[in-house]
Design a binder for this molecule. Structure first.
Ligand code: ATP
Ligand code: ZN
Length: 225
């Protein structure tokens, strides 16, 4: 569907994956001029355009073939894949590389005062999350009958607000949990950033360009180790 001759890459516009993704593209020699508020950035030395969007939109853009490639966290990618599968939508993509940034985990956390005796303690409880599909898959696997409360933000305040008994949210250091009187109870998904490509066949020119970019990325990643 992406018919432009230029390779289209989706990158998070503003957030935890933006700087690392854009630095990686620059480090492999792609010259970019990114202006605030613009959705698209054209490379000045390669037939490449960046689409700067919310990370939530990136899996769908790749799976629908609107862009050729995208940088995305595995948590968001897997969640959107489950959501699209449930809706009977195309949910395929190719993973090109796992990257060395964006590391985090999706964890269950409970209020410090809860007498948490393992996952069974969540039987019959309400859990707030931005990742209902990943959470429900986990509950199903563990035979837990709990309900999920979907929140797109402020998940960590849900127990205090009386909206849920526990939460399932992304954690890296645990400082946010601690600040909200919560303790990490169980890790349900470990994530990092990945580079994905749409599942459809690209033009020879685009595929050839991707094939020159990937070894350069590997070089940059190895040089950092
Ligand atoms: P957007 O406005 O693009 O929707 P967002 O608020 O959903 O932004 P960010 O907080 O920027 O997203 O997180 C983007 C991704 O960064 C996450 O989906 C995850 O893969 C990764 N990440 C790494 N560490 C963390 C962390 N400690 N908390 C949240 N996300 C993290
Ligand atoms: Zn998001």
């Amino acid at each position: 569907m992406s018919d432009s001759k230029r390779l289209r890459i989706a990158v998070q516009k503003k957030g935890r994956l933006s700087d690392d993704s854009i630095s990686l593209l620059k480090a492999i020699g792609i010259k970019l001029q990114i202006r605030d508020r613009l959705l698209i950035a054209h490379s000045t030395n390669q037939p490449i355009d960046l689409l700067l969007v919310r990370d939530d939109d990136i899996p769908g853009l790749v799976m629908d073939g609107v862009v050729d490639m995208g940088f995305i966290g595995q948590n968001e990618l897997e969640e959107k894949m489950l959501e699209r599968q449930a809706a009977g939508k195309q949910a395929e993509y190719k993973e090109l590389r796992r990257l060395d940034y964006g590391g985090c985990r999706l964890s269950l956390a409970v209020p410090n005062e809860m007498d948490y005796q393992g996952i069974q303690s969540l039987q019959g409880k309400k859990v707030a999350t931005t990742y209902p599909y990943l959470l429900e898959r986990f509950f199903k696997k563990e035979n837990i009958n709990a309900s999920t409360v979907m929140l797109t933000g402020s998940v960590e305040v849900a127990p205090r607000a009386g909206v849920a008994d526990a939460i399932c949210d992304l954690v890296s250091t645990g400082a946010t949990l601690e600040a909200n009187g919560l303790q990490e109870a169980d890790e349900i998904f470990v994530s990092r950033a990945v580079l994905i490509q749409q599942a459809g066949k690209l033009s020879e020119e685009k595929q050839a360009l991707i094939n020159t970019l990937l070894p350069r990325m590997d070089g940059v990643t190895q040089a950092k180790e």
